[in-house]
Design a protein around this ligand. Structure first.
Ligand SMILES: C[S@@+](CC[C@H](N)C(=O)[O-])C[C@H]1O[C@@H](n2cnc3c(N)ncnc32)[C@H](O)[C@@H]1O
Length: 289
């Protein structure tokens, strides 16, 4: 992440969601209100200007995104499926008794803002890198921050999550929790990813779930983002948000076990590769659906 600069990749995902809103049929797939809320958030936070947001919602922007889909095959449309997947995990987790939702590397995602009023007895916490989190907080304040939504600005590569949440009066380490890391772990070092999963296991009550997306590791040991991986790795590095962490899907189960989680493929309806990412869900002890 470039020092002091808001995340470009978070902005890219948010603009993609707005563009997907212009695709016929997408309104049936995308979570209700997500396109409007994302557009409002980008403008209110100053992350993007009104004109950029209007352009992102045009048919022209849609065709530009589609024209460049060869760089990350299938990933543009997969952003819609990714939003559906993570929101499904939250709703299912809440149905199963979760009382906290922790969104790590939240970017300009609007799930917390949209769901907090619907679930007033659930605490929603979001964490992101300070430069992005501060902008988002400004936007959320302008849109009206629900009382049960808390935004935290921290670098997860530097600050221990355990320290951060222990000092947060609203966090209950015994509560059943849904943790989301959507498009995050690839940006962290291997040490930070292992530590993050271990810390999360120590911070939540039994029956919690952790949903995340990740890149598979290629034969050369690098994240595998398809045919143009080399170009994409270079571009990501150039924008200051390099992809670092990846794992072979067959090694994910043992990795999670070591960190105190159990892989739960039965909770992943959309199994396998989506765009260039895999989705996974892990649970801790005493999980009951
Ligand atoms: C690709 S964006 C995904 C944003 C959001 N989860 C979504 O899918 O719409 C990655 C996010 O991870 C955040 N991030 C990356 N490294 C981080 C770190 N060390 N600490 C906190 N957040 C980080 C970035 O600021 C950015 O918002």
């Amino acid at each position: 992440m470039r020092k002091g600069r808001p995340s470009r990749t978070a902005l890219k995902v948010a603009l993609a969601i707005i563009s997907l809103g212009a695709k016929p049929g997408m309104e049936k797939l995308l979570p209700p209100g997500i396109v409007q809320a994302t557009a409002e958030l980008l403008v209110a936070s100053g992350a993007a200007g009104r004109r950029t947001v209007r352009w992102a919602g045009s048919r022209l922007a849609l065709s530009v995104y589609e024209a460049f889909d060869w760089m990350l095959p299938g990933q543009f449309e997969a952003f819609a499926g990714r939003k559906v997947f993570f929101e499904r995990q939250v709703r299912d987790g809440l149905d199963a008794g979760a009382r906290q939702v922790l969104v790590l590397g939240a970017g300009y995602d609007t799930l917390g803002w949209r769901l907090a009023p619907e679930f007033p007895n659930v605490r929603f916490l979001e964490i992101d890198h300070p430069a992005t989190a501060h902008l988002k907080a400004k936007g959320i304040a302008a849109m009206g921050r629900p009382e049960n939504l808390c935004l935290i600005a921290e670098d997860l590569g530097k600050r221990q999550l355990v320290d951060l949440l222990k000092s947060n009066a609203t966090w209950n380490p015994h509560a059943r929790t849904v943790i989301l890391a959507e498009g995050l772990v690839m940006y962290l070092s291997p040490e930070a990813v292992s530590s993050l999963f271990c810390q999360c296991a120590a911070l939540v009550g039994s029956g919690s779930r952790f949903a995340f997306s990740y890149f598979a590791r290629g034969a050369d040991g690098r994240p595998d983002a398809g045919r143009w991986t080399g170009l994409m790795l270079w571009l990501q590095k150039a924008v200051g948000e390099p992809w670092i962490w990846s794992i072979r899907p067959e090694e994910l189960g043992s990795f999670l076990e070591r960190a105190g989680w159990r892989i739960a493929p039965e909770l992943v309806e959309l199994s396998g590769l989506r765009g260039v990412e895999f989705y996974a869900v892990a649970t801790n002890r005493a999980y009951e659906r």
